[in-house]
Design a protein around this ligand. Structure first.
Ligand SMILES: [Zn+2]
Length: 236
């Protein structure tokens, strides 16, 4: 590899390293981001609460039903058991049994409604549970594939860093002025201080260069910069 090629290789390596570093950061942020799982968990917990409320209502109504049944049974036993002695008492007891029976009928309808609510809440709960489980699974498998990608990037970056080190050592020896200008320009040119000569033009800013510059670039003898953007022009 000649010094000019080495300089261009250095830029390629450093740009690839920057990209890989950025990708690693994105991956790490993505792995930490479990927003979707949290949302599904919230929905699941909410459905669980609604189901418990519906079940509680059924239980309450059922208790009331049992109490009423006992009351009606007791009342009827009193009515026909001969223990009541006055007509007033008889009437009161009759009224009480009738009122209890009316309430019992209403309660039957309310029970059916409450059971219907439980069935609806149960279906919603099961659906939310499934969605939550699959969100957790998706997050896990996504994390695993991203961790594998991160590992691969780390290995690649280790190789690139080693090659970069060798390239810099070589340039310091073989092309010190080129490397010096490269380092100075790099932060000013957004990490891309080198441009290839494409025909007569700078490949980055697309401005045609004069013949002297083109000649010098092709001779590889000096560090030549683009007349327009100031990048180091290379012909490789
Ligand atoms: Zn240019």
């Amino acid at each position: 590899m000649n010094p000019t090629q080495a300089l261009y290789r250095l830029q390629t390596l450093e740009m690839s390293l920057d990209d890989a570093q950025q990708r690693v950061q994105t991956i790490e942020a993505e792995i930490k981001n479990d927003q979707q799982v949290l949302e599904h968990r919230r929905a699941y917990k909410e459905c669980e609460k609604l189901l418990q409320q519906a079940q509680y209502l059924v239980n309450t109504r059922d208790l009331e039903r049992q109490t009423l049944e006992a009351r009606i049974q007791e009342g009827e036993q009193r009515l026909y058991g001969g223990s009541i002695t006055t007509p007033k008492e008889m009437q009161d007891q009759q009224n009480d049994v009738e009122a209890s029976k009316r309430r019992f009928e209403v309660l039957q309808t309310q029970m059916e409604e409450a059971h219907e609510q439980v069935r609806g809440a149960q279906a919603a709960f099961e659906e939310a549970q499934l969605a939550y489980e699959s969100a957790k699974e998706a997050q896990l498998s996504n994390s695993q594939s991203m961790l594998a990608e991160r590992e691969q990037l780390h290995n690649q970056m280790t190789r690139w860093l080693a090659e970069r080190k060798d390239t810099v050592a070589f340039l310091k020896e073989a092309y010190p002025e080129g490397y010096k200008i490269y380092k100075k320009l790099k932060p000013l040119k957004n990490g891309m201080p080198i441009a290839l000569l494409e025909g007569d033009a700078c490949a980055v800013c697309r401005v045609d260069q004069n013949q002297t510059i083109i000649y010098q670039v092709r001779q590889h003898k000096a560090v030549v910069q683009c007349q327009n953007c100031g990048r180091i022009l290379l012909d490789i």
